[in-house]
Design a protein around this ligand. Structure first.
Ligand SMILES: *Cc1c(COP(=O)(O)O)cnc(C)c1O
Length: 423
């Protein structure tokens, strides 16, 4: 594969942009490759600046569940932008999208739009703390909730222990109220609540973690979080930035039939534009300025172009048995994929239309398991797939996504190339 232009472009980008990228994983460092420089995307095909055509299984980290440049979505974007791209005043599109989201996420009785998942989580946590008058935030190892200071805590050593940030530049005191526990470990949750339950403002969780590779919640784990947070009157926040409108039209909360107090959404709801949302129970959301005294704001929040892209996307998702069809195609693909992976001594975790190939033969159930997989071998796998024009999410700790634009031929090609992997 010729990457001459990409190598040149990377060299130039490095002069002006740290690492040459505007989000670290894009640098492809962990898989020892030159970053992709994309010039266009259509359906599931990425075309790079060397005119290589790649079948995409990252889909902009799960944003494009309909495929890239989906025509009806693009049409509504074009119409919207012709009317101006930001007003600094409300538009009807904001209420339309809020109503649509509320229809499928009834637990989000009220919601507010922001520009990124990071912002959505920051604001949800602030509200949860204001609502409860408590400080401690419980998260789970390997779950990613954006890059706010107090959420950059990946690992805790022991249940009740306060943890350190996984980033430089974050004062210890900023993370002093964040406790991270192992995912799928109800005993660790119980132990912490027994000791400090009265101080816990919120438990935030990716209901299906997808930022340490896809991890499947054990039966009862999420329900247990619901029960214990109810008992101690802590706020349960589902971070559905990935799973929202991915696992089902009503996200993981519909899929598992659990109603959280608050929810964050992102990725799919912006239809490829920067939009995210946080919402939940009316009495919590009414604490938000200007109704209440929890401050939060945004120059471009509720941007009319992003809202239009989101509305167009969700309208399509709500029709024609969309999720049933996507899941059917996915299931048959994962069945064959798991077989080939097994032959290579790998494990596939999958649910709905998302999957991760772990380079380890054992069950991967939480962050410690994921960290023990063979990351060198994953690098080899990634490079093998790329050399054969298949773009996997470029890290062993990321999810891959199918869209309604992936057809039998794309999936067959994927399986064929994976079968030929030697290492
Ligand atoms: C992507 C992601 C975020 C952060 O969203 P950004 O828009 O990148 O800030 C938060 N939570 C989860 C679960 C995510 O996958």
């Amino acid at each position: 594969m010729n990457r001459t232009n990409a190598i040149q472009a990377y060299r130039e980008a490095l002069q002006y942009i740290p690492g040459g990228v505007n989000s670290p994983v894009r640098a492809l460092k962990s898989v020892k490759e030159t970053p992709l420089f994309i010039k266009k995307a259509h359906k599931v095909t990425l075309t790079d600046i060397d005119d290589n055509r790649l079948i995409d299984f990252c889909m902009s980290w799960g944003v494009f569940i309909l495929g890239h440049a989906h025509r009806p979505v693009n049409e509504s974007i074009r119409k919207a932008v012709a009317y101006g791209s930001s007003y600094g005043a409300p538009s009807l599109q904001e209420t339309t999208l809020a109503k649509l989201i509320n229809r499928y996420f009834p637990s989000m009785e009220k919601l507010r739009f922001v520009n990124s998942g990071t912002e959505a989580v920051m604001s949800a946590v602030r509200l949860a703390r204001a609502y409860t008058g408590r400080n401690i935030l419980v998260k789970f190892d390997g779950c990613y909730h954006g890059h706010a200071d107090h959420l950059l805590v990946a690992a805790g050593s022991g249940a009740a222990q306060l943890t350190q940030s996984s980033s430089a530049g974050v004062p210890d005191t900023f993370t002093a109220f964040t406790v991270s526990l192992p995912f799928n470990d109800t005993e660790a949750v119980d132990a912490l609540f027994r000791e400090r339950g009265e101080e816990i403002a919120a438990v935030i969780v990716e209901p299906v973690p997808a930022n340490m590779g896809v991890i499947i919640p054990e039966p009862g784990f999420l329900q247990h979080l619901r029960t214990v947070t109810e008992k101690y009157q802590s706020v349960l926040i589902f971070d559905e930035v990935i799973t929202g409108f991915r696992l089902s039209i009503g996200g993981a909360q519909q899929y598992f039939d659990i109603s959280p107090d608050m929810t964050t959404l992102g990725k799919i709801i912006g239809g490829g534009f920067p939009a995210a949302a946080f919402g939940g129970k009316r009495e919590i959301m009414s604490l938000l300025a200007p109704e209440g005294n929890v401050y939060q704001a945004g120059t471009l929040s509720g941007n009319p172009v992003a809202m239009s892209a989101g509305i167009a996307t969700i309208e399509i998702l709500s029709k024609d048995r969309f999720y049933e069809n996507l899941e059917k195609v996915s299931r048959s693909f994962f069945y064959k994929l798991s077989d080939i992976a097994f032959y290579h001594g790998m494990t596939v975790n999958h649910i709905g239309s998302m999957f991760t190939i772990f380079c380890a033969p054992t069950k991967i159930n939480h962050y410690e398991d994921a960290k023990r997989t063979d990351q060198q071998r994953f690098g080899k796998l990634f490079r093998h797939m790329l050399a054969n024009n298949i773009y996997l999410s470029p890290s062993p700790f990321e999810a891959n996504f199918l869209s309604s634009a992936h057809n039998e031929e794309h999936l067959r090609t994927f399986l064929y190339v994976l079968r030929k992997f030697k290492a």
